[in-house]
Write a protein that binds this ligand. Structure first.
Ligand code: SF4
Length: 171
């Protein structure tokens, strides 16, 4: 698995101040994609265990961070590897909130419990789901590119029978 970007601090990819890691590789091919270069699974640098540990240590040393966001590409095309990274993260930061972006829908990701995609989803707290739809592009929406995309509370959704939308801590 390669990564094609890492922001130690950002306010654009989720609530609060977050570290952001962009995982290379996506096969959704949404027309109008913000960065088609990220479709290539070989784009960027190998996300070696050494690099994972460096970034985890940097996050652990930053008390200002509210969490981590995994973006891409689409991390769910590298679900097993992304789960491996999150297991490394949890050994150091067990309660660090993780948001994740995907072009899949929540329903697609949860169709097969125990699948790599389901496992990755279950290791995160919030998912922004759905492909980017150019006709529904809306730059006023927080954290999303188009209005079909949803911000979903994963634990609440998995505990119930349907999608529970994420609510900000301070509305
Ligand atoms: S899911 Fe995201 S990265 Fe993949 S093609 Fe769509 S907009 Fe681009």
């Amino acid at each position: 698995m390669n990564i094609c970007g890492y922001y130690p601090e950002s306010i654009n990819e989720g609530e609060g101040l977050r570290a952001v890691i962009f995982l290379s590789g996506c096969r959704h091919r949404c027309p109008g994609c913000f960065n088609p270069k990220t479709w290539n699974f070989n784009f960027g640098e190998p996300f070696t265990l050494k690099r994972q540990h460096e970034i985890i240590a940097e996050m652990a040393a930053n008390p200002l961070l509210d969490g981590l966001t995994l973006a891409g590409g689409d991390p769910f095309f590298s679900a097993d590897e992304a789960c491996g990274f999150l297991r490394e993260l949890r050994t150091v930061l067990p309660d660090f909130p993780v948001w994740i972006y995907t072009g899949y829908t929540y329903e697609e990701l949860t169709a097969t419990p125990g699948s790599p995609e389901w496992n990755l989803l279950a290791m995160c707290q919030v998912v922004i789901d759905g492909r980017f739809v150019e006709e529904l592009k809306d730059t006023t929406l927080p954290y999303r590119g188009s209005s079909n995309q949803r911000i979903i509370d994963i634990p609440a959704s998995l505990a119930g029978s349907g999608v529970v939308h994420w609510q900000p801590a301070v509305p």
